[in-house]
Design a protein around this ligand. Structure first.
Ligand SMILES: [Fe+2]
Length: 245
């Protein structure tokens, strides 16, 4: 089976459409989403509708999704992110707000796990170090743990004794998943990449070939920025989209 894996859409409809069109071309039949449907971007409602209509294998809660009704999480946000969240609340229907805030923090399937942050702390912690790889190994089951939250495309590979980490920001980078190792894979961010490349980042897991391919796709950044200006989103959030931050 070919599974589209994506994360951190952050209300960016143009980037989401580009991602789903590419995944369709790549033959994705099912989808895994690692959290943060909303926050930062101008189209939260359309993004919720589009994502929740997909044939989803797993979909988890991100910290921005959770902050919609857990105000204590806002204290971790900078000023711009708090302003964007306030605007997002006004742009969401009650049904979408409920659907988002009741997503699970973690999905554990026989062969993989999905969380936004880390298995130890799915909402707040960033999965970014080899030390975390080792300390989290006993907290999830299967071959792969898919994560989001850092907005960087990477994978960690290893065992309890040693592991490696590799950044994968180039379109088409394909890795083979071996049975001897376990993996943490972050497909990067669809709607707000932070690796200085403005293209939407996501990936494709081919469970038959047992490979994961990191993908990038351009989208109409100016169109998203125009909508953000119309809704008076903070200028830093508008400008950063064009430079991949
Ligand atoms: Fe995010």
């Amino acid at each position: 089976m070919r599974i589209g894996v994506f994360s951190d859409v952050h209300g960016n409809l143009e980037a989401l459409q580009a991602c789903l069109t590419r995944l369709d071309k790549e033959g994705a039949e099912r989808f895994i989403f690692c959290g943060d449907v909303i926050g930062y971007g101008p189209d939260p409602e359309a993004c919720v509708q589009k994502i929740l209509q997909l044939p989803l294998l797993a979909c988890v809660l991100g910290n921005h999704d959770a902050a919609l009704d857990r105000s204590e999480l806002e204290s971790y946000f900078n000023y711009d992110a708090r302003l964007a969240l306030e605007k997002t609340r006004k742009l969401l229907s009650p049904g979408s707000l409920y659907a988002l805030t009741t997503l699970p923090e973690r999905v554990q399937m026989p062969s993989f796990c999905v969380v936004h942050g880390t298995p130890a702390d799915p909402i707040k912690e960033y999965f970014s170090s080899m030390l975390q790889f080792k300390s989290n190994l006993s907290l999830w089951e299967g071959s792969v743990c898919f994560v989001g939250h850092t907005h960087l495309s990477f994978y960690m590979k290893g065992t309890a004794r040693n592991c490696t980490v590799s950044l994968c920001s180039k379109d088409g980078t394909k890795i083979s998943l071996t049975r001897q190792s376990r993996y943490v894979i972050n497909p990067g961010a669809v709607g707000k990449p932070r690796d200085k490349n403005p293209q939407a980042a996501f990936g494709l897991w081919d469970t038959k070939a047992n490979t994961f391919t990191f993908l990038r796709e351009s989208y109409d950044v100016k169109k998203t920025q125009e909508k953000m200006r119309k809704y008076k989103f903070p200028s830093f959030l508008i400008d950063s989209l064009a430079v991949g931050y």
